[in-house]
Design a protein around this ligand. Structure first.
Ligand code: SF4
Length: 335
C-alpha cells in the first residue's frame, strides 16, 4: 500500500514535469534502528520456537537463507531487530538500517527508495532493484547514473553499461595502483585483438600459454582472469626488480567486466563528469533534508519490511513538499 502511494506521488511529479528522466543519482544513508545496544549478542543465538518469535526475527531467519551477506559473522547481532546492522560509521557503534535513494537530479525528486541492511554490498545491490522497478513502474530509464565509488564495483558497472545502456558517471573501484614503486597495471598496454597485455619491455602477458580443456574457463571466484608473462622473458629483464621482484613472472588479474570499467574510466576523464560530480551531491542534500527538516533520524518500527514502510513514507513527504513548493499556490475551490 505504501509503495502504491509513493508511486502515485512520483507519477504526479512526472505529470507536473518535475522529472526530466535524464540523470539519476544514487546513494544510501544510515538510520538508527529501534534496537538497544544492551539487547545484543556476539554468540550463536537460540531464537526459540516459531510461535514465540517476533515478526522482525522471523523476517531475519527467512532472509538468512537468501542473502549470504547476512551470514557473515557480525560483531554483534540485535536480539530485538536482527536484520539491523551493527556499525560504528557514525561515531559510537549502534544498530542501523540503510535508506537507499534514487533521485532525479533535475528537481531532486525521489524516484525510488529501498531499505537494506547497512552493508556496502547490499546497498549497491539496490541499484538493480530500483533501476528495474522505475523502468517497470514509470517507464523511465536515465541516460546517466551518478554515484560514489561504492557503486563503482565491476559487476554493478557492467549491469549499467551492458544490460541497461546507462552511462555510469561513477568512479571505478580500482585497487590495482601500486604505491611501493613497482609497476602498476596502468603501465601495461591492453591489446584487444590479441587478448593480451604488453609490458614496458613489449613482452606479452597472456591468459593461456598452453591449451586447456574447453570447460576450464579460468575465471576466478572474484570474476577475474589471470594474465601472466613468460619466465624466459622476465629472467634477465632490466625491469625485473620494479615489476615482479618476488616472483618469477608478472601476473595481472583482469576483471571479466573490464570493458565496462573502461567505459566508466573514460567518462570520469570527460568534461561531463565534472557536472555529474556536482549533481551527485543533490542526493546527499535529500538525506540532509530528511534528517534536519523532517527530523527522521530513528526508526519507530522493527524489521526490514517496517523499515521499508517508514522510508517510503518519508520519501512521500519529501516529494509532496517539493511538489507543493514547485507547482505554486492552488486555485481556491469555490462552492
Ligand atoms: S619483468 Fe617480465 S613482465 Fe616485467 S617488464 Fe620485464 S619482461 Fe616485462
Amino acid at each position: 500500500m505504501f509503495r502504491r502511494v509513493f508511486n502515485t506521488i512520483v507519477e504526479q511529479c512526472i505529470s507536473e514535469s518535475l522529472v526530466k528522466g535524464e540523470g539519476f543519482a544514487i546513494d544510501a544513508s544510515l538510520i538508527r534502528a529501534d534496537a538497544s545496544q544492551q539487547r545484543a549478542s556476539d554468540r550463536p543465538i537460540d531464537w526459540g520456537s516459531q510461535e514465540t518469535q517476533s515478526l522482525a526475527v522471523k523476517e531475519y531467519l527467512a532472509a538468512l537463507d537468501e542473502q549470504s551477506d547476512l551470514n557473515r559473522p557480525q560483531k554483534s547481532v540485535s536480539l530485538t531487530d536482527p536484520m539491523s546492522q551493527w556499525s560504528g560509521a557514525k561515531g559510537p557503534a549502534e544498530f542501523y538500517y540503510s535508506t537507499n535513494y534514487l533521485i532525479d537530479v533535475e528537481n531532486n525528486i525521489v524516484i525510488d527508495v529501498e531499505a537494506s541492511p547497512s552493508t556496502l554490498k547490499l546497498e549497491v545491490a539496490t541499484t538493480r532493484t530500483m533501476i528495474n522497478r522505475v523502468e517497470e513502474n514509470h517507464g523511465l530509464l536515465p541516460e546517466r547514473l551518478m554515484g560514489d565509488t561504492a557503486y563503482g564495483a565491476a559487476a554493478n558497472l557492467d549491469y549499467l553499461v551492458n544490460e541497461k545502456d546507462i552511462e555510469p558517471h561513477i568512479p571505478v573501484w580500482d585497487k590495482s595502483k601500486r604505491n611501493d614503486g613497482t609497476l602498476s597495471v596502468s603501465d601495461f598496454k591492453w591489446d584487444e585483438t590479441t587478448n593480451e597485455y604488453r609490458c614496458p619491455q613489449d613482452k606479452p602477458l597472456r591468459h593461456r600459454w598452453r591449451n586447456y580443456k574447453p570447460d576450464e574457463s579460468g575465471i576466478t571466484k572474484s570474476n577475474t582472469m589471470a594474465y601472466r608473462s613468460r619466465q624466459s622473458d622476465c629472467k634477465d629483464c632490466p625491469l625485473k626488480q620494479r615489476c615482479c621482484p618476488n616472483t618469477a613472472t608478472r601476473k595481472i588479474a583482469r576483471s571479466i567486466y573490464e570493458d565496462s570499467r573502461t567505459v566508466a574510466r573514460n567518462i570520469v576523464d570527460s568534461p561531463a563528469y565534472e557536472k555529474s560530480c556536482r549533481e551527485r551531491k543533490k542526493v546527499e542534500m535529500c538525506f540532509a533534508h530528511m534528517k534536519r527538516q523532517l527530523q527522521f533520524t530513528r526508526l519507530r518500527l522493527r524489521g526490514m519490511s517496517s523499515a521499508n514502510d517508514e522510508f517510503l513514507l518519508v520519501a512521500c513527504a519529501h516529494n509532496l513538499k517539493k511538489l507543493a513548493s514547485m507547482r505554486g499556490p492552488l486555485e481556491p475551490v469555490i462552492g
